[in-house]
Design a protein around this ligand. Sequence first.
Ligand SMILES: [Zn+2]
Length: 524
Amino acid sequence: MTPQTIRLALLSILVLLVPAAADAELRQRADVPVEHTWNLSDIYPSDEAWAEAKDRLAARFDEILAFKGKLAESPEQLLECLTLDSEISKELTRLYCYAAMKSDEDARVSKYQGMKQMMQQLATDFGSKSSYIAPEITAMDRATVDEFVAKEPGLKPYAMALNEIFRTKAHRLSTAEEKLLAESGIMAGAASTINSIFTSAELPFPEITLSDGTKATLNQAGYARYRAATNRDDRDAVFAAFFGKLNEFKQTFGSQLAAEVNKDMFYARARNYESTLHYALDGNNIPVEVYHSLVENVNKNLPAFHRYLKLRKRMLGVEQLRYSDMYAPTVGEVELEYPYPKAMELVLEAFEPMGEDYVETVRRAFRERWIDVYPTAGKRPGAYSNDGCYDVHPYVMLNYNDQFEDVSTLAHELGHAMHGYYANKTQPYPTADYSIFVAEVASTLNEALLIHKVLEKIEDDDVKLAVLMNYLDGLRQTVFRQTQFAEFELAIHQKAEAGEPLTGDVISQIYGDIFRKYYGHDEG
Ligand SMILES: [Zn+2]
């Protein structure tokens, strides 16, 4: 159960996969007012304190071995073992979150990359040492385990985890095999780590000069900002330069993605799953039909998406809509600027229906620096909420750039953060985690609350139109774009499972085909 627990805990970092808009000429972190940076010293007062806590925890790992071969002896033994396992997992996650968030501040600082690596090693090490737990439990009779839970009230918070162990019994291996699989974890993250460092820091980002003479560096943040330029030639130039640069590394990106797919295949096969899709969904106990039905029904409703595209075309007044028009402002004269203090005020007002306690906690998040607001050089692109520090409080990372969509992202991530806050506050650690399948409910509800409040306040029709269009843009991304990704991921995994090669060219071809279908290329 342990590797699963850790993996789930790490998953509680919910990433919004859209690079948030930001200044192309990035500020240095030291130049950001301290009240707009997150305060990670709530987790550990210093890097030294982190290192000490890590060593102390690592020294306890062998304690888990004392229960080996004894879990079936008594409910007390089982409880003691699960409690220790849970405690160590909780502290491992806290250590990992500190290292990961430190390294997200600036991917170029190798010290924090190193700390993250140490945590991956440590998690693998503990996963290996505790890998006997699940096989030993499944070797017990189910009725005996139920009896243990009935007899020992302390086991109640573990009932669900125990249930999961039996539900997935067919995919559990022998103790020796589980240990080997746990050890392989150290290699599993390589592709995504390489991709993340390359795309946020070391990729040589192109530089272009815009029609007004502005020199624009098209890093992730610069691309996100200038792709929304009002001048169409500028937008075309931005897309050509940015994707042209990515294309120069087509085979590199292809190899990274292929390595990730291979990893999925390895684990799916090792655990006797029918396919990578079955493997990916089984963790959350979701039938594969749900996935297929999502793709099928979004496809059936593509005409609604095409109607949105036609609307966008009409509003922009262009002959033919290009992909470079997707982020262009549709209501020309409206310049929607939302400086961060205004955003804080707006979301607090919008969240009022959630009750005073909720609003007060969000105020606390602002006041006590749970949020890292602005983009800075080397900072990880995008936005996320991280509620992995069970005993501390959630953290939110943003790349705030004064646009309405940034306010919306703030509301979205605060939804995740508050979900995590209440779950951690109300539930014991073993049941505090929630499934990724339900996670977006809390965040998208907050987006809806925000838009509701904003529309109520706006008098000007053009501004109202701009905000509504922004909401539709959001739907395009949440519903259609995510499903487009889901379809793409399924396609590349199926290709690999059929034994066919996944090169940069093949991947581009698959993505291109799906893309053209979604955007109604053949219907014009
Ligand atoms: Zn989200």
